[in-house]
Design a protein around this ligand. Structure first.
Ligand SMILES: Nc1nc2c(c(=O)[nH]1)N[C@H]1C(S)=C(S)[C@@H](COP(=O)(O)OP(=O)(O)OC[C@H]3O[C@@H](n4cnc5c(=O)[nH]c(N)nc54)[C@H](O)[C@@H]3O)O[C@H]1N2
Ligand SMILES: Nc1nc2c(c(=O)[nH]1)N[C@H]1C(S)=C(S)[C@@H](COP(=O)(O)OP(=O)(O)OC[C@H]3O[C@@H](n4cnc5c(=O)[nH]c(N)nc54)[C@H](O)[C@@H]3O)O[C@H]1N2
Ligand code: SF4
Ligand SMILES: [Mo]
Length: 697
């Protein structure tokens, strides 16, 4: 491993192929331009069949982050109070021995389940986040983390219907003639889907955006349909009502490929356009027009975003939308169908990667990452040790004040491994410097397209930074775990991950090919028969799901109002002390909390803003540019008002996960609830109500 790494790194100048490591569906092919041992420019790789040389502004400016002077270069030990950010430099040897010493002591006194890893996908490299790290925590016997902060609700709702995370592949979508972008801001979050949709549009397709916010994508679309937050299931059911009423359904398709269409046909009679209009805020005419436009399409494609599923009823929202292409038979048309995540095509050998066999306590307790604040307050089964990597929970997890209070506990031993001194890292006892992805070897697949990538180091680690793989391998050995698994090289781990006969899509994807070509397409020969053997209990699209019934859910899609939030059918709520719904989706120039601390990206994004409707602003004496305070019982968030009509009255929106250490004033998640969604125990960030007042100066 060492030799190969050296060979690449020593090549001082030139252009090196790479892959974008960020938690973004596009997984772009990149080119790194190197001069005198430094990356001086990042461009798109024109040879990449899907991303074709185009990349976003965030990553075009990636060198600003890689070489940011604020990057952590050495291990640190806290000297000040938790949260103060005062640390001293220590050696790796000291860091490792302190961590292993403390973990051993905690295990002895409280059991290893008192230690909790907290990670997400700050770097999508699979070896570092679903590989060596898992081996370490498995062998340690630590508590397990339910990683449900992103799309768990939607995944579950989709899987009840379609069986697996496999939908329409991107290349096909340029053949669609009606494209519905439902709860996704793809201009900012999936830019190459926009390129494909634009191609379709040139050939006559219509693009419709269904969203609570006239975001960048809605501004680009042919038709923007605004609705009240969390009412998507009602809208989808209203469309189904019209599709059945007007005989715009494909009866032959329903017969052959679905179960439960007769039950659904009866059931949606309750969702008349009149009732659905009241719930959603979409006019009766628009509901009918939407259903007709979709029902009459030759090949209707629905892109299901993340927005509609970050709600109390998020699973059902996605479940309901996922039923639509089955009604019209769009699945059978080139370009038609739907996709939410296509990650299921590239599923890897997770047993080989994560080695669950190293765990002696497979029933170890599991903690939901959305409820980390509450878990850190649990006195009966206390968490005594935390290991945070590839995540920034103080900024990204809901109910941030409780999270912060939890991390502030003096009796909690916390390690954070990151590239930067994040708001979370300031609460750590030990902070460890992480390499950027361009400094390591790792394997990347895309949740959207069907190419698998390898990344090998293009520059040497900055300072004393170590990759996740190197770190957890070191820690494992220092703990005395003598299994060979802790000495395996990255390349050997990649071979293990790809050796997975259970997934025929991986046929022919090998380490050798990856090393030669940098990215390799999955074997998609099974794709044509996708609908013939869906991994649902019936093998068909389940419009009625017995499994849901067994899980205590409605077997047919239904609309349920949010716990905290209003729709037209529940107008009394509007008298409440928190009369506005607050949504905090991603912004254009950050990637979750990443880049929020990079000056260049901050400048591109300007400042944290609150979009507020003219009517709601007038009622509060708020004008454009005013400083406002958004608050509820959980916390406060200070923002600058942007007054307009970008959403229905009653909804306010602030994009982007700003953080305090990066110049933000408080954080969006100070306001968000840690309730779990109806399915998949997912996050409910967007099911929040608030009040807004003008800040007196
Ligand atoms: N630039 C950029 N790109 C990113 C990210 C980023 O932070 N910045 N994050 C990445 C990650 S991890 C993810 S998961 C994806 C997420 O990307 P998307 O799938 O685009 O999802 P979101 O941006 O969370 O939300 C999309 C839209 O849903 C809307 N929305 C909120 N509630 C509702 C609702 O109830 N109904 C409907 N119909 N719409 C609603 C929001 O207003 C927003 O416009 O993006 C990835 N790409
Ligand atoms: N209010 C609100 N909250 C949200 C969302 C929202 O829309 N609104 N979106 C949610 C969603 S969809 C998601 S996916 C989560 C994302 O939550 P996270 O995954 O936690 O957020 P990121 O900012 O992507 O990454 C976290 C950290 O990983 C670090 N990192 C990068 N590479 C490496 C590495 O190789 N090793 C180590 N050790 N660290 C590394 C980065 O520097 C960064 O600090 O946030 C969720 N939170
Ligand atoms: S963040 Fe997304 S669009 Fe930007 S380079 Fe990475 S994969 Fe491509
Ligand atoms: Mo996400």
């Amino acid at each position: 491993m060492r030799k190969e790494r050296q060979a690449v790194i020593n090549e001082q100048n030139g252009i090196f192929p790479a892959v974008c490591p960020l938690d973004c569906p596009d997984t772009c092919g990149l080119l790194l331009h190197k001069k005198e041992g430094k990356i001086v420019k990042v461009t798109g790789n024109p040879d990449h069949p899907i991303t074709k040389g185009a990349i976003c502004n965030k990553v075009r400016n990636m060198t600003e982050r890689i070489y940011d002077e604020k990057r952590l270069k050495y291990p640190l030990r806290r000297t000040g109070l938790k949260g103060e950010g005062e640390f001293e430099r220590i050696t790796w040897g000291e860091a490792i021995s302190e961590i292993t010493g403390r973990f051993k002591a905690i295990s002895q006194e409280y059991g290893a389940e008192a230690i909790l890893p907290y990670s997400f996908y700050g770097n999508m490299g699979i070896l570092g986040v679903d590989g060596m790290d898992r081996r370490f925590f498995n062998a340690l016997g630590a508590s397990q983390l339910e990683q449900t902060i992103c799309n768990a609700a939607g995944t579950t709702g989709w899987k009840y219907t379609m069986g697996a995370n496999r939908g329409t592949v991107p290349e096909e979508t340029e053949h669609a003639d009606v494209i519905i972008v439902w709860g996704g801001n793809i201009i900012s979050t999936n830019m190459h889907q926009v390129v494909l949709a634009e191609k379709a549009r040139k050939a006559g397709a219509k693009v419709i955006v269904i969203d609570v916010h006239r975001n960048r994508t809605a501004q680009w679309a042919d038709w923007f349909v605004p609705l009240y937050p969390g009412t998507d299931a009602a809208l989808a059911l209203g469309m189904m009502n019209v599709l059945f009423e007007k005989s715009l359904v494909d009866e032959a398709f329903l017969q052959q490929y679905t179960v439960g269409h007769e039950e659904l046909r009866e059931h949606v009679k309750d969702y008349t356009p009149e009732r659905v209009s009241l719930i959603t805020g979409v006019s009766v005419e628009d509901i009918v027009k939407l259903a007709e436009t979709y029902g009459q399409a030759k090949a209707g494609y629905i892109h299901i975003g993340n927005g509609l599923q970050h709600h109390d009823n998020g699973g059902m929202n996605v479940r309901a939308v996922a039923c639509l292409p089955a009604l019209t038979g769009a699945w059978a048309k080139l370009g038609g169908g739907a996709s939410r995540s296509n990650g299921g095509y590239a599923s890897l050998n997770s047993d080989a990667l994560e080695r669950p066999d190293l765990r002696e306590n497979p029933d170890a307790r599991s903690i939901n990452m959305n409820q980390i604040g509450a878990a850190l307050h649990d006195e009966e089964q206390p968490i005594k040790g935390m290991f945070v990597y590839c995540s920034n929970p103080l900024v990204v997890a809901p109910d941030a004040k409780r999270v912060e209070q939890g991390f502030a506990r003096e009796d909690l031993f916390t390690v954070v491994h990151d590239l930067f001194m994040t708001d979370t890292a300031k609460y750590a006892d030990i902070v460890l410097p992480a390499t950027s992805n361009f400094e390591n070897t790792d394997l990347y697949s895309s949740p959207w397209h069907q190419y698998v990538h390898i990344q090998e180091p293009v520059i040497a680690p900055l300072g004393e930074a170590k990759s996740n793989v190197e770190l957890f391998s070191l820690l494992g050995q220092a703990m005395g775990f003598d299994e060979a698994a802790f000495r395996e090289t990255e390349l050997s781990m990649i071979e293990g991950a790809l050796d997975y006969p259970d997934n025929p899509y991986l046929n022919g994807v090998t380490l050798n090919k990856l090393k030669e070509q940098r990215f390799v397409k999955l074997d998609m020969s099974d794709y044509e028969q996708l609908l013939d053997h869906l991994p649902t209990p019936s093998g068909k699209i389940e419009l009625y799901s017995k499994v849901m019934l067994e899980a205590g859910l409605s077997p047919l899609p239904v609309y349920a109002p949010l716990h905290e939030g209003y729709d037209g059918e529940h107008p009394a709520g509007r008298e409440d002390k928190y009369p506005l719904m607050f949504l905090s989706p991603p912004n254009h120039n950050f990637l979750n909390s990443t880049f929020a601390n990079v000056e260049k990206h901050q400048k591109m994004e300007k400042q944290p803003m609150l979009h507020i409707h003219l009517r709601d602003a007038e009622q509060r004496g708020i004008e454009e540019g005013d400083q406002v305070v958004v608050y509820n019982d959980r916390g406060t968030y200070q923002l600058t008002a942007k007054v307009g009509e970008a959403m229905l009255p009653g909804t306010v929106i602030s994009q982007g996960l700003w953080w305090e250490g990066a110049g933000g004033r408080q954080r969006a998640n100070m306001l968000t609830p840690d309730r779990l969604s109806d399915m998949g125990r997912g996050a409910t960030f967007f099911s929040t109500t608030v009040q807004v007042i003008k800040q007196e100066v």
